[in-house]
Structures are given as C-alpha cells and as structure tokens.
Design a protein around this ligand. Structure first.
Ligand SMILES: *[C@@H]1O[C@H](CO)[C@@H](O)[C@H](O)[C@H]1NC(C)=O
Ligand SMILES: *[C@@H]1O[C@H](CO)[C@@H](O)[C@H](O)[C@H]1NC(C)=O
Ligand SMILES: *[C@@H]1O[C@H](CO)[C@@H](O)[C@H](O)[C@H]1NC(C)=O
Ligand SMILES: *[C@@H]1O[C@H](CO)[C@@H](O)[C@H](O)[C@H]1NC(C)=O
Ligand SMILES: *[C@@H]1O[C@H](CO)[C@@H](O)[C@H](O)[C@H]1NC(C)=O
Ligand SMILES: *[C@@H]1O[C@H](CO)[C@@H](O)[C@H](O)[C@H]1NC(C)=O
Ligand SMILES: *[C@@H]1O[C@H](CO)[C@@H](O)[C@H](O)[C@H]1NC(C)=O
Ligand SMILES: *[C@@H]1O[C@H](CO)[C@@H](O)[C@H](O)[C@H]1NC(C)=O
Ligand SMILES: *[C@@H]1O[C@H](CO)[C@@H](O)[C@H](O)[C@H]1NC(C)=O
Ligand SMILES: *[C@@H]1O[C@H](CO)[C@@H](O)[C@H](O)[C@H]1NC(C)=O
Length: 294
C-alpha cells in the first residue's frame, strides 16, 4: 500500500490509454504483439494493470488517511481523486465482474511473484557466495572490515529466506525453467553475433567500413564466442533449447505453452496460457469508454 502515491502518479489518462507494454500479447499469436500497430490496451496484461490501478484508486479514496497522504493534504486534489474514482467505478465494477479476467490477472500476479522470487533467490545467493569467499569479499569491500561485516550480517539475515525459497519445489522448478529459457535466448543471440563476425562482407556493411567500430565489434564477438562455447558445452541445455525451438516453431523463444516433452517453456506457459489469443472486444470497449470518462 505504500506504493499508492506512485500508482497514482501514473494514473493519468495517458498512462491508462498507453496500454501496450512491449510484450503485451507475447504468447499466442505473434501478429498480435506487433508493436508497430496501435493495438495497445487490448492485452490481458494491460487490462490487469488497469484493474490494479483502478482497484488501488478505489481503495485509496475509501481511506481518508491514505487519501490525505496521497493528496498532500490538499483538499482540491483529494476531491479530484474522488471524482476520478467515481467516474471509474463503472469500469472497475465491470472488470471485477469478469471472472475470466480476474482469474487471469491472479495467474499473472502469481507468475510475477514467482519471477520476483527467482530474482530474490539470485540476489541472496550471490550475496551468500560473496560472503563465503574471503578473497572476493575483500576485493568487493576494498579491504574494509566494517563493510565486510555488514555484508556478512546482511547475508546472515537473508539466509533463512533463501533457504525457504530454495526449499519450495514450485519456485525452484519455475526458476530453473526460466533460467533455461534465458540461456536459450542468450545462446541464440550469441550465435548470431558470432556468425556475423565471421562474415567480413557483412561486418563491413554493418559498420559502413568504420575500422574502429569493426575492431570493437570483433572484440565483442570474441567474448561472445567464449560465452557461447561455455553454454554450448552444456549438452542438456543445448538439447532443451532445440526441443523448445521445435515445440514453438520459432527461434525467438516465443513459447506458446503448448509444448510436449518437459521443455523450458513449461514455466512461461503458465503466463502465456492466460493470455487469450483473441482480445476481449467487449471488455476493451468498456475499458476504453472508461478512459474517455476519466
Ligand atoms: C494468428 O494470426 C494469424 C494471422 O492473422 C491467423 O491466421 C491465425 O488464425 C491466428 N491464430 C490464432 C490462434 O489466433
Ligand atoms: C507490423 O505492422 C506493420 C504495419 O502494419 C507491418 O508492416 C509489419 O509487417 C507487421 N509485422 C509483423 C511481424 O506482423
Ligand atoms: C489507510 O491508510 C493508512 C495509510 O496508508 C494505512 O496505514 C491504514 O492501514 C489504511 N486503513 C485501512 C483500513 O486500510
Ligand atoms: C492544491 O492542488 C491544486 C491542484 O493541483 C493546486 O492548484 C493548488 O495550488 C493546491 N493548493 C495548495 C494549498 O497547495
Ligand atoms: C573466490 O573469489 C575469487 C575472486 O573473485 C575467485 O577467483 C575464486 O575462484 C573464488 N573462489 C571460490 C572457491 O569460488
Ligand atoms: C569502512 O567502511 C565504513 C562504513 O562504510 C566507513 O565508515 C569507514 O570509514 C571505512 N573505513 C576505512 C578505513 O575506509
Ligand atoms: C511455494 O511457493 C508458491 C508460490 O509462491 C506458494 O504458493 C506455495 O504456497 C509455496 N509452497 C510452500 C510449501 O511454501
Ligand atoms: C546445463 O543446463 C541445464 C538446463 O538449463 C541446467 O539445469 C544444468 O544445471 C546445466 N549444467 C551445468 C553444468 O551448468
Ligand atoms: C555474408 O554477408 C553477406 C551480406 O550480408 C551475404 O550476402 C553473404 O551471403 C554472407 N556470406 C556467408 C558465407 O554467409
Ligand atoms: C472477460 O475477460 C476476458 C479476458 O480479458 C475476455 O476474454 C472476455 O471477453 C471478458 N468477458 C466479458 C463479458 O467482458
């Protein structure tokens, strides 16, 4: 709830109308996710964002303390927020009445929470590894024992949380699948870069013969080659990437969720599957009419 003022800052007509969020319709049909076409506001994800914003606004105006805080004790602003909430009430009610949308949003929220959990695990694990390695810790803290102790204390404070997160099989499976998918994407990107670097004609064309840029690119490509070799050295990973590529029929990691043998896309399938192929036309209409009123 402490994020309310922030949410409000973005609760402007343009923010609501913006809709499109980069990978809005990423899952089912690629053509829907065409960022160059103005299909913003239609995706389930953006509907969920709108639902969350409107819900926050409704709960904000129903709490005098929070409202006073958010409006900096300015009665004019408070009234404006109340008016906004009142106007949006119909839209909010319609959205909340849509059980499909509400459960899709709950699923997306759960997937987001899982992603947050993965990030938290990675952050705490890094801290744990750092504090367990005296050399690395000394380098990191410039030999300052006070700083080192502070990091150790931080790691100790996070140890229980890390153990809990690691001990959760659902989270572990999700993060492992997500990590594999990230690695597959990384491998595809590095492969392209390395392939380009071996084609002198293409490199010259790309950098318009600028020798400096070409040299820098070749340095990057050499690093990419090293990284790629490490990833490709993992036969399991290579096989899984090939599997998910075949299953999704595309090389750009747009897993449709409809996969066969436990491929990495299982994890994101949970998210993608809640993104409908078609778009909620009627709801979108309600949504947009709500914006017009705001
Ligand atoms: C995806 O888009 C293509 C092209 O517009 C269309 O033919 C196809 O039916 C769509 N697939 C789904 C599952 O909506
Ligand atoms: C996206 O839309 C633009 C303009 O309508 C079109 O030229 C382009 O081919 C589309 N790209 C995809 C991937 O559908
Ligand atoms: C109202 O908002 C205040 C300040 O944000 C918060 O501390 C309090 O818990 C809220 N009250 C209710 C009933 O949600
Ligand atoms: C209250 O907010 C309104 C609208 O933002 C502003 O015009 C007015 O100056 C503010 N009043 C005070 C006392 O800050
Ligand atoms: C500890 O950190 C140093 C410096 O980053 C690194 O070279 C070394 O391999 C690490 N040792 C272990 C056991 O991870
Ligand atoms: C070590 O770090 C602490 C905390 O950041 C700082 O207050 C102290 O001055 C540092 N000591 C030295 C010798 O740099
Ligand atoms: C594991 O994490 C999921 C997702 O956060 C949660 O719903 C579930 O209750 C957790 N399971 C256990 C045993 O803690
Ligand atoms: C190889 O990749 C798989 C799939 O991402 C992963 O589970 C495994 O830990 C990796 N093995 C090594 C040695 O990194
Ligand atoms: C190198 O790149 C050029 C220009 O993009 C392309 O025409 C050519 O087929 C490439 N050569 C190889 C061997 O891939
Ligand atoms: C409810 O929302 C879902 C998902 O956005 C949509 O497909 C459906 O058409 C909506 N139903 C109504 C009655 O608006």
């Amino acid at each position: 709830m402490k994020f309310l003022p922030l949410i409000l800052l973005s609760l402007t007509t343009s923010a609501l109308a913006r809709g499109g969020d980069g990978d809005g319709n990423g899952g089912g049909n690629r053509t829907f996710g065409n960022e160059t076409s103005p299909s913003g506001g239609e995706s389930t994800k953006s509907q969920c964002k709108a639902l969350a914003r409107l819900t926050s606004l409704a709960s904000l105006v129903s709490n005098e303390t929070a409202l006073a805080e958010a409006s900096h004790n300015n009665a004019t602003r408070a009234e404006a927020l109340k008016a906004k909430a009142s106007t949006a009430a119909t839209t909010l009610t319609a959205m909340q009445a849509n059980a499909t949308l509400v459960s899709a949003c709950a699923e997306i929220a759960a997937a987001n929470a899982m992603e947050d959990a993965c990030e938290q695990i990675s952050k705490l694990a890094k801290l744990e590894a750092l504090t367990a390695n005296a050399t690395a810790l000394e380098a990191k803290t410039d030999g300052n024992a006070t700083k080192a102790e502070a990091l150790k204390a931080k790691a100790a404070a996070g140890a229980a949380e890390l153990a809990d997160l690691r001990g959760n099989a659902t989270i572990a499976a999700f993060c492992a699948a997500q990590g594999t998918e990230d690695d597959c994407k990384e491998m595809a990107k590095l492969t392209k870069e390395v392939a380009l670097a071996t084609n002198a004609t293409a490199v010259q064309a790309k950098f318009e013969g600028d020798a400096d840029k070409v040299a820098k690119f070749q340095q990057r490509a050499a690093k990419a080659q090293e990284k790629l070799a490490v990833l490709q050295g993992n036969a399991t990973l290579v096989a899984m990437c090939a599997g998910s590529k075949a299953a999704s029929g595309s090389s750009s990691g747009s897993s449709s969720g409809a996969t066969t043998s436990g491929t990495p896309s299982v994890a994101v399938g949970g998210v993608d599957s809640v993104r409908p192929m078609g778009v909620a036309v009627s709801l979108a209409a309600v949504f947009f009419s709500g914006i017009m009123l705001l």
